[in-house]
Design a protein around this ligand. Sequence first.
Ligand SMILES: C[S@@+](CC[C@H](N)C(=O)[O-])C[C@H]1O[C@@H](n2cnc3c(N)ncnc32)[C@H](O)[C@@H]1O
Length: 566
Amino acid sequence: MEQTNVLTWLASAGGWYDETAMGLQEYPGMGQGAVALRDLEEDTLLFSVPSSLLLSAEHSDLRTHLSSADWKDLVDAGGWTALIMCMMWEDAQGERSRWYGYMRTLPERFDTPMFWSKDDLRWLKGTDILSKVGKTSAEETYETKIVPLLQKYPEVFTPDSSATHRTIPHFSVDDFHVQGSRMLSRSFSVPKETVKPDPMGDVSMQSAGGDDSVDEGGAAIDDAESESGSATAGFVPEQESQDGEPNESLVEDGNDDDEEEEDDDDDDDSEADVEEEVMVPVADILNAAYGLDNAHLSFDDGRCKMITTKRIAKGEQIYNTYGGPSNSYLLRRYGHIDALPLPSVLLKKLSPELRTWPYGNIADDFEISGQDVLEAVVAHWKQTRKGKVTEQEEQAYRKTLLERVDRWLEASGFGDTFVVEYDVEEALDEMIPFVKLLIMDPATFEAGRAKQKIPKAKIEGDDEAKQVVSILKSVLSTQRQGMGAEAKAMLSALEQHVTEPLPLNQYHAYAIGAAIYRLLYVAEKALDEKLKAAVKTAQEKAKSSNSKKRSHTDTMGGSSKKPKAK
Ligand SMILES: C[S@@+](CC[C@H](N)C(=O)[O-])C[C@H]1O[C@@H](n2cnc3c(N)ncnc32)[C@H](O)[C@@H]1O
């Protein structure tokens, strides 16, 4: 791929950058990144991108070449389909595109699982990544939304003769994946008003980079941030797979995208209504790593400004933040992971085996589906009946459970996917009441329904605690059994990775697998603690009620001895 310097392009296109402050450099394993060319104070403006250079569906001229009905269909196709289509079109415009100098610097290959071979995907067995890659649904979107437009407007979608900077054919399904991946790994979520103003408005260099605005910038930018409510300008973590759909909470089959989107549309305050996904040239050249961010993108006056948030010494890398997500999210969306030394307080909680490769990402997590919990409840129920259950009885029981899941979704304020993090309490606070609701006797369930209540997260009483903990531990154990390799194999391969590097995809998958084993361990320990505490409380309660009974009998002149049978 031909490399042009995106900074030079920015300056020539009406943006501004401080050429004394920031340069570009290759970083091993990261691609390009930004480097401080001199010691930088906090609050230094590094560059400024005018609104007109934000590449969004709103700003691209593609809309002017389609009928308004076709444009509306494209936008209504959901999420990011319109943006991806615009990116394909702008790329094919070659020199005629406003973003030519930017587009030609963007990557064509990615390390995200979307591009892994079938063999490599096997490394991810047991993680929740496989179900979220979204390749099939992206291809369906391509076939149903993109291909009809390509056929209807052949002239609009003929690449310009100057668009020779690409190896992948323009407008092909591979192009759709490439632009989708560019979007996933580099886009920003910005307040809609940022892209609404006339894109051909004031883009003069002075207005983009005037130093006057820099000194006051801090305050003005803070204001802009608090008004927008979300102008962190990080790569917004809520959005997911490449099929043009945000993947927020999981609905039963996990594929009901249309339904989810209709829900989004109905919600006036939804993020989709106030935020727009855009490409912010140059801002997307910054890498990120957990806790290392030292610069931040803000929106002020219709311009995006990258400003340092700390002092940065000459020669150091300038990092943005991607929001500090888990490795499984990073891999899915960006194709890399953070493997940093884990804090000793966490390592101490782990078994010696799980500490052998002491790296990872403290934001790591894994998901447990409500369906897995439900299956464990069914297995537990069968066990209590010693397996003597007819198919009909099982069906009837499952039906009852599904009604309870509905009740949970209505009344709990939680979803039916549970995210287990190192701070495991939050997940347990959701999973425990969920299990309690599923296993409670019908009368208690009906009474709770009448009072609009769901069970508390605390497990009380010996028997309840034992049942809940046993069910949840079996969920964890199923997760463990579903992993592609044993913890020991993963961790020793990771340990040796320094001297005998694993293939990159395997390394990424194993680091994520190791984190799942660690999270399972932490969750199991927490459940054991809860069980211990519940049993102890139950015993103490029983003791105190016995002694109350005894003292009552004593004061009534009775005896604690069993009366002799007459
Ligand atoms: C926003 S772009 C940053 C610019 C990119 N390095 C480039 O050369 O164009 C995000 C991509 O940079 C890479 N990247 C960012 N941070 C990284 C990190 N901490 N470790 C490895 N790769 C990283 C990943 O490939 C990611 O998809």
